[in-house]
Write a protein that binds this ligand. Sequence first.
Ligand code: IPM
Ligand code: MN
Length: 343
Amino acid sequence: MLMQRYRVAVLPGDGIGPEVVDGAVRVLQAVEDAAGTYKLELTYGEAGYNCISKYGTNLPPHTIDLLKATRACLKGPMTTPEELGAPPSAALQMRKMFDLYANMRPCFSLPNVPSLKPNIDMIIVRENTEDLYSGIEFELGTGIAVAMRVVTRRASERIARFAFRLAAKRKKHLTYVHKGNILRQTDGIFKQAVLDVATEFPEVRVDDLHIDAAAMQLIKQPESFDVIVTTNLFGDILSDEAAQTVGGLGVASGANIGEKYAMFEPVHGSAPKYAGQNKVNPIATVFAGKMLLDYFGETESAQAVERSVFEVLREGKVLTYDLGGKAKTSEVAEAIATKVHKA
Ligand code: IPM
Ligand code: MN
């Protein structure tokens, strides 16, 4: 049988990035061995804050070349500089450069992980290329600055279609989140695009929610959501909130999907104060790896990874400190990898 090969760039990133990425790669290798039908050809590259002093940028040209030579990227957390004039976040550059327009962030209740309700299972679909992330900001005069909220029909329509397709495969319920009562032009375009695309998916129930009400509803009745679709900044904020409803950023992962490329990452940051301690939870990055397998159509392997994570959590013996355990990052990864062989 022909061995399927997938070229993947691995960018460990900053802070705890190398540790959690090592953990995810350990699990990916285990599941690849267990399947025996495909090969992930991993090539490591450098990106992130650590590159700025060396190259003056957080996404050096040789890394961009590496991304272009691969089909997808597993990316660790990276520290984003906040100073004026500093390069924009490496993740943002990648999202824009490869037009990774759909940011998918699943949040579901996990065994033995504190969750607001036991039956939460939602995905936030966040438009990933425009809105207040346009990066267009001006200082008009001293003490006055403006930022451009760019919303286009084209981007709104394609994110709406992506979200509807996903909802059609899940519980057939889509909630679109906006602030159209205030942002009448920009969210007017977004809303209309969602409503127009809705006519292509009559089987999907559609709910309309303002961002403030959505933020409250996420706490009050998180189990009532299936797919949420929203603009970039609202999606950024809601996805951290949604992650917290099911146990926090230690277990939350995201996929950034475009027509030709995809990037997978944990939602959490680089947590520099824990760097090098082999202490933090690798599960968010393991789940990012699971989504990478789904992207390649290696569904059985993806499910094996998910089942193994669930089992390790259910047993509750090998857990990192955030979940009340004492295990190390590498031990949790190893426990998951061991289960993969039996899954
Ligand atoms: C995320 C992060 C990024 C974002 C930052 C690091 C630029 O918070 O992926 O959610 O705002 O998109
Ligand atoms: Mn964020």
